[in-house]
Design a protein around this ligand. Structure first.
Ligand code: MN
Length: 724
């Protein structure tokens, strides 16, 4: 009986917004659900059916269609009773069956499990949402009622469900623009997640309740009188802000409750848009506005469609108050969000592709295709869905929204992937800014592109959108993979040469590459080569798959017979401890560039050459400017390189001196004392009785070389010492 009364009052509520609801269908659904849930009770001890009824009431509050209301009544039948989706289809039609099925599937998702599973679930939810928003709205109603009755849950359950609500459902309600649901979900979760803080704030808000209520009445009266005098028909309301937003403010600004001034928020609803601005002028004329607090969301609506003017002023008694001014229509959108757009229209609610209000949803949908790793997707969704926004303009005057702290790089990727890839600089309001500049509201952004520009790893440190982050990461990874593959190919080539007197190309023709990849259980030849390039797989391992014993025999043979090739190789490439580290991988095969002859201690860069391994130059080397930037790779000296005699490096040193006996002896003596070996020397005497001595010496490191050169400089008769 009690439940019948409740049903009647909800039906009355539905009639309030729906012109001709199918009441019979609603009653049938109620009777069916009631029969199916017969005997079940909630944790509170109440009959289970109270829950679907209250969910229906919330759905009516969202002003949804009859199918959604029916789905609300039936939403737990498939999950908790013997009912099947087919049963529902037979009895209540395809639309209802689809909605209940969607809600049932969503209910199975847990957003607290492993990160990957959580990501996968959010992904499913977003896909479901883009098919039919009503699924999410019914689910939100279900969650809201569960939150309202959460006190009957175990403590562990309360915390888990509240966290999930705060992380997923409240932001979703916000994104969908349904502010009353968002606010209630936030305050309910807040109560269970930070009970102490919640009750402290609740108590403080309550402690001056009478005083505050008087103050609210006074402000409303002043505003009403002022507006009436100016012939503006308006509805003024006032209330304390919700607890969660007070708490968030305290936490973000690290202030005490007493310091949160604009705890009171007033709302002025007017009939016409132009009166919003008139009203604002009157308010600012009456009370002093606080600089920086005025926001015009009418001219620039939020992405969820929210429109309003916001300002904070110093009100009577010097108290700060927040005032929102909007039309009744804007208010409806603000409270009901997405629901306000289709109200009681029957049928599937698929957001229109061209509707700007749903642009974010489509963006998320398109983006999820880029993510192979669900964790990346999760990160991206969290960033895009749950952040505060800044609004900026394109040079053409289009408004775009970004998460707070976004940079020109984010902007570039939002315009087009190619613009992002080649973004080399940015102008904000006509002035050049660094790429890590943080976009400010109202900025006009212009992106400068260059054909040769590539996404930079450093950008990851400051981009804020999931889109930019994903694109940059993929590009960087691809570049690294390409480099490694090329390097791996060369390493394998050298090793084949040495061990089996063949090369990669011959292997390719003979099908050995594919065969080796299969035998080593790589998914492709490319993967195998990349793994060799990364240093994770040794070329020898791969070769031995094809030439199980021969490789070893040949290798020994090659090592013993000092073949010309072998000698050349040893001269060019130091195997084993080469002294150079490449992206954390030691033991890469390197060749030191002859143009600059780097020595441990020099600043160096590496280049992946075609067919000659990795070539290492000093950073100052004049030749590197002519080399392709894409082939450049970050390398540094290994820690032990400086004292490793096996990794000694030849350096040419030229000494200009007087042509006099004994001097050459002193010079070579200085080298020896510094621990430097001379491997070659050449002396030329000039006509003006000077000598130019060129030494090829072997050094361990830069300091050693410098020490030797300094000693030589001090020898009497030496004019100049230089490294060539
Ligand atoms: Mn439920």
């Amino acid at each position: 009986m009690q439940m019948q009364n409740r049903l009647n009052s909800i039906i009355k509520k539905v009639r309030g917004y729906h012109p001709n609801p199918d009441i019979n269908k609603l009653r049938e659904a109620f009777e069916f659900a009631n029969a199916m849930h017969e005997g079940q009770v909630r944790k509170s001890g109440e009959p289970y059916m109270t829950h679907p009824l209250e969910v229906m009431d919330i759905i009516a509050g969202l002003r949804l269609d009859v199918s959604s209301l029916v789905a609300g009544l039936l939403h737990d039948t498939v999950e908790d009773t013997d009912t099947t989706v087919e049963d529902l289809r037979d009895m209540f039609g395809e639309d209802v069956a689809f909605l209940v099925d969607g809600v049932t599937k969503l209910s199975k998702f847990s957003f607290n499990t492993r990160e990957e599973a959580q990501a996968e679930n959010i992904r499913k939810m977003i896909i479901a949402m883009s098919r039919d928003l009503r699924v999410i709205l019914v689910k939100l109603a279900d969650r809201l009622h569960n939150m309202r009755t959460l006190k009957y849950m175990s403590e562990e359950g309360q915390e888990r469900i509240s966290q999930e609500t705060m992380d997923i459902y409240a932001p979703l309600a916000h994104r969908l623009g349904i502010s009353w649901v968002k606010t209630e979900l936030e305050d309910l979760s807040f109560r269970y997640l930070h009970a102490d803080a919640y009750y402290e704030i609740a108590e403080k808000v309550a402690s001056k309740k009478r005083q505050r209520e008087m103050f609210i009445r006074e402000v409303i009266t002043i505003l009403n009188d002022m507006l009436r005098e100016n012939n503006i028909r308006a509805e003024v309301t006032g209330r304390p802000k919700n607890f969660w937003s007070i708490y968030r403010k305290m936490r973000e600004q690290q202030i005490e409750f007493e310091q949160v001034f604009d705890i009171l928020a007033f709302r002025i609803l007017v009939p016409e848009r132009v009166q919003c601005y008139e009203g604002l002028g009157l308010v600012h004329n009456l009370w002093k506005p606080i600089p920086g607090r005025f926001k015009d969301y009418i001219a620039i609506p939020k992405p969820n469609g929210y429109q309003s003017l916001h300002t904070s002023v110093i009100g009577p008694y010097q108290e700060r108050i927040e005032i929102q001014i909007r039309t009744s229509n804007m208010h409806k959108v603000a409270e009901e969000g997405i629901a306000a757009h289709w109200l009681y229209k029957e049928g599937k609610a698929v957001p229109d592709r061209d509707d700007q209000k749903f642009a974010w949803l489509h963006r998320l949908m398109e983006e999820h295709q880029d993510h192979e790793d669900p964790r990346e997707f999760l990160e991206s969704v969290k960033i895009d869905l749950f952040h505060d926004e800044v609004y900026v303009f394109t040079p053409r005057g289009d408004v775009m929204s970004f998460p707070m702290g976004a940079t020109p790089v984010d902007f570039a990727f939002a315009i087009h992937t190619e613009v992002g890839f080649h973004c080399s600089g940015a102008k904000v309001n006509g002035l050049m800014v660094p790429l890590k500049y943080q976009l400010q509201n109202g900025d006009i952004i212009e992106i400068i592109t260059q054909k040769n520009q590539r996404p930079n790893k450093d950008w990851l440190a400051y981009v804020k959108t999931g889109r930019a982050r994903t694109k940059i990461r993929h590009s960087v990874q691809k570049e690294q993979r390409d480099r490694s593959r090329e390097l791996g190919r060369e390493l394998l080539d050298k090793e084949l040469n040495k061990r089996a007197s063949t090369n990669v190309r011959a292997w390719e023709r003979a099908g050995n590459l594919t065969k080796a990849a299969e035998l080593c259980k790589f998914s492709s030849v490319d993967e195998m080569l990349a793994e060799i390039g990364y240093g994770k797989t040794q070329p020898e391992t791969v070769i031995e798959k094809i030439y199980p014993s021969q490789a070893r025999i040949n290798a020994t043979k090659n090592d013993n017979s000092e073949s010309r090739l072998g000698q050349l190789w040893d001269k060019l490439v130091h195997r084993g401890k080469t002294g150079v580290v490449l992206d954390g991988i030691e033991d890469v095969m390197v060749q030191y560039a002859k143009c600059c002859n780097p020595v441990p201690g020099d600043e160096i860069v590496g280049f992946v050459t075609r067919g000659r391994g990795l070539s290492v130059h000093t950073r100052e080397c004049a030749r590197i400017t002519h080399l392709e930037r894409e082939r450049q790779i970050t390398v540094r000296w290994a820690n032990e390189a400086k004292s490793n005699d096996a990794a000694r490096r030849p350096v040419n040193v030229r000494v200009y001196c007087a042509d006099k006996p004994g001097l050459l002896g002193s010079i070579s003596n200085s080298f020896t004392q510094a621990g430097v070996n001379i491997s070659q020397a050449q002396c030329i005497t000039t006509e003006d009785s000077r000598a130019i001595n060129t030494f090829e010496v072997l050094v361990n490191n830069l300091e050693q070389l410098k020490r030797a050169m300094k000693t030589i400089e001090k020898i009497k008769g030496v004019y100049k010492v230089e490294r060539t």
